[in-house]
Design a protein around this ligand. Structure first.
Ligand SMILES: Nc1nc2c(ncn2[C@@H]2O[C@H](COP(=O)(O)OP(=O)(O)OP(=O)(O)O)[C@@H](O)[C@H]2O)c(=O)[nH]1
Ligand SMILES: [Mg+2]
Length: 619
C-alpha cells in the first residue's frame, strides 16, 4: 500500500515523513541547500497491524506540481499536510484537486506546526481546512494536529493512518503487470535500475517485460520491494527493478514497464474529462495542454463533441497526444495548461486505443459489455484484436474470458467482430459475385482468391462465411470457383449462334480441328468470346480441350480413344510411331492427344513408351 504526501510548500511534509519513518527523504544537495523538496522522496512506514507502507513524499513548490502528480499517481492513501500557522494555501487546493482527479479516495489531514499556534488559532484553522476538503475525497478524513518538532500528535496520526489503511481495498494482483517508472539510475555491478509503484499484477524475477516508450523487451534481472531482494513484486508495492542490458538513456521518469501482449502505445485516447470549477476560461482543441498519466507527461489537445469545455463541465472527449502513451481504460489522468501552467482538469480513460478519427464517445459506457459492443460496432468489418481487450476494456484476462463466453460477438481467429458483421460480409460476397456473374456470364464463377481480395475483409472472415454459405446451399464452390447457387452460365442469342458455328466447324474438322484463334478469325468473332463459348461448351461436355487453345468434339475424342486402345495390349509398351498407326493422326496432333490419354488415365507412360492401363475396354 502506498501513502503519498500533499500540501503547500514549506508546510512540513518532509519533516512529518521523517517524524513517522525516521528517514530524511530530501537527499539532493540542492534540496538541503534550499530547504525545499525538489524531487520525489521515498521511505518505508511501519504501521502496527498493517505492515509496511511505501511513502512517497512530494514537493510543494508550485513549479514542481508536475513532480507532485508523478508522485501522487498510484497512491492508495493521501497525507494532506497543512501548516497550522498558515492554513490553506494555493498548492493545498491544487494538490487536493489533483488527488481528487487521480481518484485517491482516502487519507488523513495533518495540521503541522501545531507547536507554533495556540488552541484558539488551531480551532480556526481546523475549521478552514474542514471546509476546504469538504467537497473532495478527504471530506471524511480525520484532521490531526501534529508537531514534528515536539512529537505532539504523531502517535495519534499513526493510529489514524492505520485506520484509513485498513479500509483501503486490495489491488488486483491477478492482472496484467504495469509499473510506471518514477526513477531510473545505475548501480555498479547491477546496471540499470528503475523504481516505481506497481499499479497492477505481479512480476517475477527473470521474467520478460516491455519498456515503453522505447518498446524494448527486457529481462528482469533482480527485484526489490521496500529495499529487500524478493522473487516477486505485487500491485500496491514500491519496487526497484534491475533490467538486463538496458542503457540508462532509454528509460527514465515517464517510462512504463508492462508484461503481456495486450499493451499498445497510442496517440488518441477517449476519456471522460472534467474541468475544474476555477479555471479561467473554456478549454478547446486550440489550447495546448500537458497530459499527466502515470508518471508520464506529454503535450495534448482536447477535442470534445460540442466544442470547448467550460469551467466545471464534465464531458466525453478525445485526447490527442504528441507522443504515444501506454494507457488503460479506467486510468486517471490530470490535465495542466494555461500560463502560468496550472491544473485545469482531468478524468478517466474510456478507450486507450481509440481509432484516429474516432468520435468522442457520445454516451458514457456504463458497463464493460456496452464498451465492447461500442468498440465492435465502430470497428465493423475490421474487428478488434482480442489480445488488446484486457487493456482496452480495463479488465483482467479472466474477466475478459467470462465476458467473451457470454457474448454473442463473433470470433474469427484472433479478432472479434460485432454479430451484425456476418450479415455485412454475406451481403458483400453476394453483391461481389452478382457483379462478377454480370461481367462474366459464361464463367462458372469467380475464382475464390479474386473474391477474397474484392470483398476486402480479413481472409479468415471471407472463408468462414463462404464455408457457411456453401454448406447452406446458397453458394457453390467448384474447383476453386465460387458462384451464387441461382446462377447458371447463359448464352446470348449471338453467342448461341456462335456456339453452333463452333460446333459445326469442329465437327467438320474431325480429328484435326483448328485452334481457338483460328476458329475466331475464320468466324470473324473476337477470340476472347470464342474462348468463353468454347469453355462453356466444354463444361457442358460437348467439347474436350486437348490443348490449352484447341478443342475437339467429344464424339471425335471417343472415337480416337477407342481406336488407340483397341490397338494396344496391356502387356507391352508402344512408341509414337506405332500408336500413330492406330489413330492415324499427324505428329502435330498426335503428341497432344497422347498426353491427353495419359492425363485421363487411359494410358501410362514410362521409359519404354506407352502402355494401356486397366482392363475395362480390353478384349
Ligand atoms: N516548528 C515547527 N517547524 C516545522 C514543523 N514541521 C516542519 N517545520 C519546519 O518547516 C520548514 C519546512 O519543512 P519541510 O518539512 O521541509 O516542508 P515541506 O512541506 O516538505 O516543504 P516542500 O517539500 O518544499 O514543499 C522546515 O524549516 C521545518 O523545520 C513543525 O511541526 N513545527
Ligand atoms: Mg518537502
Amino acid at each position: 500500500m502506498i501513502l503519498g504526501t500533499a500540501g503547500h510548500i514549506d508546510h512540513g511534509k518532509t519533516s512529518l515523513v521523517r517524524a513517522l519513518t525516521g528517514v530524511d527523504t530530501d537527499r539532493l544537495p540542492e534540496e538541503k541547500r534550499r530547504g525545499i523538496t525538489i524531487d520525489l522522496g521515498f521511505a518505508p512506514l511501519e504501521l502496527e497491524g498493517i505492515g509496511t507502507l511505501g511513502v512517497v513524499d512530494v514537493p510543494g513548490h508550485e513549479a514542481f506540481v508536475r513532480t507532485m502528480v508523478a508522485g501522487a499517481t498510484g497512491i492508495d492513501l493521501a497525507l494532506l499536510v497543512v501548516a497550522a500557522d498558515e492554513g490553506v494555501m494555493p498548492q493545498t487546493r491544487e494538490h487536493l484537486a489533483i488527488l481528487r482527479l487521480l481518484g485517491v479516495r482516502a487519507g488523513v489531514v495533518a495540521l503541522t506546526k501545531a507547536d507554533l499556534v495556540d488552541d484558539e488559532w488551531l480551532a480556526l484553522v481546523r475549521e478552514d481546512v474542514g471546509t476546504a476538503v469538504s467537497d473532495g475525497p478527504l471530506a471524511d478524513a480525520p484532521i490531526v494536529a501534529v508537531s514534528s518538532v515536539t512529537g505532539q500528535g504523531i502517535e495519534e496520526l499513526r493510529v489514524a493512518l492505520a485506520a484509513a489503511a485498513r479500509r483501503v481495498p486490495g489491488r488486483a494482483t491477478a492482472d496484467l503487470f504495469r509499473m510506471p517508472v518514477d526513477r531510473a539510475f545505475t548501480i555498479r555491478g547491477t546496471g540499470t535500475v528503475v523504481t516505481g509503484t506497481v499499479w497492477s499484477g505481479t512480476l517475477r524475477r527473470d521474467s520478460t517485460v516491455r519498456l515503453f516508450p522505447s518498446g524494448d523487451t527486457v529481462r528482469v534481472r533482480g527485484l526489490q520491494a521496500h529495499g529487500h531482494a524478493v522473487d516477486h513484486i505485487h500491485a500496491g508495492e514500491r519496487a526497484a527493478i534491475a533490467l538486463a542490458g538496458v542503457d540508462l538513456s532509454r528509460v527514465g521518469r515517464g517510462a512504463v514497464l508492462v508484461a503481456g501482449d495486450a499493451w499498445r502505445p497510442s496517440k488518441v485516447l477517449r476519456a471522460d474529462v472534467a474541468l475544474l470549477d476555477d479555471v479561467a476560461r473554456p478549454v478547446g482543441p486550440r489550447n495546448q495542454l500537458r497530459l499527466h498519466l502515470g508518471t508520464s507527461e506529454v503535450g495534448a489537445r482536447l477535442v470534445a463533441t460540442g466544442g470547448a469545455l467550460a469551467p466545471g463541465e464534465h464531458r466525453p472527449a478525445r485526447i490527442v497526444v504528441d507522443e504515444p502513451v501506454v494507457a488503460r481504460t479506467g486510468d486517471r489522468f490530470v490535465l495542466r495548461g494555461g500560463s502560468p501552467l496550472g491544473t485545469v482538469g482531468g478524468g478517466v480513460v474510456t478507450d486507450p486505443m481509440a481509432p484516429q478519427r474516432a468520435r468522442a464517445w457520445s454516451q458514457r459506457a456504463d458497463s464493460v459489455v456496452d464498451a465492447l459492443d461500442h468498440f465492435l460496432r465502430e470497428a465493423a468489418l475490421s474487428g478488434v484484436e482480442v489480445a488488446e481487450l484486457p487493456v482496452r476494456l480495463g479488465v483482467s484476462e479472466s474477466e475478459l474470458g467470462d465476458l467473451l463466453a457470454s457474448s454473442d460477438a463473433w470470433r474469427i481467429e484472433d479478432r472479434l467482430y460485432a454479430p451484425s458483421t456476418r450479415a455485412l460480409v454475406v451481403e458483400r460476397i453476394r453483391s461481389t459475385l452478382a457483379e462478377y456473374h454480370a461481367a462474366h456470364p459464361l464463367d462458372v464463377g469467380a475464382p475464390r482468391q479474386w473474391l477474397r481480395t474484392r470483398v476486402r475483409v480479413a481472409d479468415a472472415l471471407v472463408d468462414t462465411v463462404l464455408a457457411e454459405l456453401v454448406s447452406a446451399g446458397e453458394l457453390v464452390l467448384e474447383q476453386g470457383d465460387v458462384r451464387l447457387a441461382e446462377f447458371t452460365a447463359r448464352l446470348s442469342d449471338r453467342q448461341r449462334t456462335l456456339a453452333a458455328e463452333v460446333v459445326a466447324r469442329l465437327t467438320a474438322a474431325g480429328a484435326e480441328p483448328p485452334t481457338v484463334e483460328e476458329l475466331a478469325s475464320s468466324l470473324g468473332a473476337p477470340a476472347a468470346e470464342v474462348a468463353s463459348v468454347a469453355r462453356l461448351l466444354a463444361r457442358q461436355g460437348e467439347l474436350v480441350p486437348i490443348e490449352a487453345n484447341r478443342y475437339f468434339m467429344r464424339s471425335t475424342v471417343t472415337q480416337l480413344v477407342t481406336r488407340v486402345l483397341a490397338g494396344m495390349s496391356v502387356e507391352a509398351e508402344y512408341g509414337p510411331a506405332e500408336l500413330r498407326e492406330f489413330v492415324g493422326l499427324s505428329r502435330k496432333f498426335l503428341i497432344p492427344f497422347l498426353e491427353f490419354c495419359d492425363r485421363e488415365g487411359y494410358t501410362i507412360r514410362n521409359d519404354l513408351g506407352r502402355r494401356r492401363r486397366g482392363t475395362e475396354l480390353a478384349k
